[in-house]
Design a protein around this ligand. Structure first.
Ligand SMILES: Cc1ncc(COP(=O)(O)O)c(C=O)c1O
Length: 460
């Protein structure tokens, strides 16, 4: 029996709303955290309690809440041209401007842009466009995709298959055949005793090479990767990893697709993770911070090699058989253009590089705390891994759910973070001030202390 107050928002939510990544039964007991307002990096719940939103919602609201310029531009565009499709040779000024802008920002030459609404849709379209591309160049057997275990690429049937997370697969009849997963480039977790970073990369790339040989390069369409693994636990691959991967994919004629859904637009200290991690993708997928999450929009940028082939084939076929009602939605494009203008005015990547020191430095100082085993991150993206014994790298028994427990305690201290297993993820809005970083760290320290106290009570 639920004890949620009768008629409360919590009770009404539990009776009607389905929440993703949530235990629905526990939710009906515990009730939702109902957020009513936001300003800057702060949000306020329906009981008037303030929180620092150190997760930018779902890794997305880079300019924070309450941005008047974005609200105004959306309302102006709604009045001017609220909707227009891009099908059958139609277009409108905002989508043209946005495609040009994205191409000008891309760290590797890109030719054309396909628009969708969410990161999942954009990755899904990138996969379909990869299939279409291989048909166009006479290699239709190239159908399989490779991605990392634990990587998250979305939740359509194809992108949940691409994602290397069991919760998206089990009992959902996924992954579909032809979606292959390789070890994540997580050195501190998976290196063998005494293995250098270079040797680790060689071993992982060697395993991918063997997989390609086993499956046949002629059957593999593309490799999807995030520049930094985000939902997979904030994993920054060693320097050499992408250089070696790139050579292998080039030799085997496999497309590289960079999933920049979180790393795009300054998050890790350059405009795109592709630039920061020196990737050379054929397609780049972005979403989330593209519109500061004020309205759904995502994009797939593709290079000339891909574009020319699909354009030729669409001529043979009569049309490009890809269409979405909201592809290049004018209001979403207008908000995205204004968002990108604000990033430019703020010199957002330089700002992130400047804030990286107090942010990562402050989290690294917490290594002195008995619960903190490791801090990983880049720019304003970090993961703090809680361990039972940092020196011997002993992890907690997953049944203790130490990470989720700590994240819940952090909420009591007015701090919203996310637990990925026992890694506490931080992805604050890029507008966060140094004083707010200090406040965030202080609240997290209090949450760590309370978690340690609770654990000492339950540890044998
Ligand atoms: C790296 C990455 N790719 C794709 C997605 C899917 O984006 P969306 O939730 O907008 O469909 C996410 C979502 O968190 C993500 O983190």
């Amino acid at each position: 029996m639920s004890t949620l107050p009768t008629g409360s928002l919590e009770q009404r939510d539990a009776r009607s709303v389905i929440h993703g990544l949530t235990n629905l039964k526990a939710h009906a007991e515990r009730g939702a955290m109902v957020i009513e307002r936001g300003h800057g990096v702060w949000v306020t719940d329906n009981h008037g309690k303030d929180y620092i939103e150190a997760m930018s919602g779902l890794w997305c609201i880079a300019l924070g809440y309450g941005n008047e310029r974005l609200a105004n531009v959306a309302s102006k565009q709604m009045r001017e041209l609220a909707y227009y499709p891009l099908t059958n040779h139609k277009s409108h000024p905002r989508v043209i401007e946005l495609a040009e802008k994205l191409k000008s920002l891309a760290p590797v030459p890109m030719s054309h842009v396909w628009f969708a609404s969410t990161g999942s849709e954009a990755n899904d379209c990138a996969a379909r466009l990869a299939w279409y591309y291989w048909h166009a160049v006479g290699q239709p057997a190239k159908k399989k995709f490779i991605a990392h275990q634990l990587a998250y690429h979305g939740n359509t049937i194809a992108t949940a298959s691409l994602s290397g997370v069991s919760y998206a697969h089990e009992r959902f009849n996924l992954p579909l055949p032809g979606f292959l997963h390789v070890a994540p480039p997580h050195y501190s977790r998976h290196a063998l005793p005494g293995e250098s970073e270079d040797e680790f990369c060689d071993r992982l790339i060697g395993d991918i090479e063997q997989l390609i040989e086993r499956e046949g390069a002629h059957t593999i369409a593309a490799f999807f990767t995030e520049p930094v693994m985000v939902a997979g636990g904030i994993v920054v691959p060693p320097r050499a990893y992408f250089e070696k991967l790139h050579k292998l994919l080039f030799l085997n004629n496999i497309l590289l697709i960079a999933d920049e859904v979180v790393t795009g637009f300054g998050r890790i200290g350059e405009m795109f993770g592709t630039g920061a991690m020196q990737l050379k993708p054929d397609m780049m997928v972005c979403a989330k911070a593209l519109s500061n999450a004020y309205i759904p929009i995502s994009a797939v940028m593709m290079n000339t090699r891909v574009y020319e082939a699909i354009a030729r084939q669409s001529d043979e076929m009569g049309v490009l058989g890809l269409t979405m009602t909201y592809s290049g939605h004018p209001v979403a494009c207008a908000v995205a253009l204004e968002t990108l203008a604000i990033y430019e005015e703020m010199d957002i990547a330089a700002r992130v590089r400047k804030l990286e020191t107090p942010f990562l430095g402050g989290l690294n100082r917490l290594l002195e705390h008995p619960l903190v085993g490791e801090v990983r991150g880049k720019g304003l993206l970090a993961g703090v891994e809680l361990m039972n014994n940092a020196e011997s790298r002993q992890h907690f028994d997953p049944a203790l759910k130490v990470g989720p427990r700590c994240a819940q305690i952090a909420e009591q201290h007015g701090l919203i973070v996310r637990a990925i297993g026992d890694t506490i993820a931080f992805c604050p809005p890029l507008i966060i001030s140094e004083a707010e970083i200090e406040e965030m760290l202080a609240r997290f320290k209090r949450a760590l202390d309370d978690t340690a106290r609770q654990l000492n009570l339950i540890r044998p």
